[in-house]
Design a protein around this ligand. Structure first.
Ligand SMILES: [Cu+2]
Length: 191
């Protein structure tokens, strides 16, 4: 009986938590360069840092290019590296933890767990023109911009945050926001 009551109270708390969660949406004003390569909008603040629950993200090598070109993840996430091409590809990064996962043929998979935040350029030592970015964030709150620069981050607990943007070429102003009720909509401009 007591355990039933506890479960009920617990479910109610989860429900209340979800009801309080707020959505932040908006647009990043980045022009043509933002249409070509997506930006990551992410939030930092005084929340408890946690890994965003997500399936193991995949960085594939397809038609001689890394897919996706930009992959945002939280610290502690393991990424699966695939090769869908008929040729052998390699994966290495000269940044931060500096790894070389070796070279492998189509159909094989390697994994790597990212333990430090930062931008990890992904390169292939067989094909120097191949390049992409894995961006490791100390935040579970992020989104990639769409073709119009729009983004949406759901499930935000009320509090104070700083909105930041990462893009491989462009720099944007950071913005302090207060998340409360109702949902918030913002515009982010270039520096
Ligand atoms: Cu390659």
């Amino acid at each position: 009986m007591i355990s039933k009551i506890i479960v009920t109270i617990f479910s109610l708390l989860i429900l209340l938590g979800n009801l309080e969660a707020v959505t932040l949406k908006g647009v990043v004003e980045g022009g043509k360069k933002l249409k070509k390569n997506q930006a990551i909008v992410y939030l930092t603040g005084s929340f408890k840092s946690e890994v965003k629950s997500q399936k193991q993200p995949i960085l594939d090598q397809q038609n001689m290019a890394f897919k996706p070109h930009v992959l945002p993840i939280s610290i502690g996430t393991t990424v699966a590296f695939l090769n869908s091409d008929e040729v052998r590809h390699n994966v290495y990064s000269p940044d931060k933890e500096q790894y070389n996962l070796g070279s492998w043929p189509k159909g094989e998979k390697k994994t790597y767990e990212f333990k430090q935040k930062g931008v990890y350029t992904q390169l292939c030592n067989v094909h120097p023109e191949m390049e992409s970015f894995i961006v490791v964030l100390d935040s579970p709150y992020y989104d990639l911009t769409d073709k119009k620069g729009r983004f949406e981050i759901k499930g935000l607990p009320p509090g104070n945050y700083t909105v930041r943007v990462w893009h491989e070429k462009l720099r944007f102003k950071k913005q302090k926001i207060i998340i409360g009720k109702p949902d918030l909509e913002i515009v982010i401009n270039r520096k």
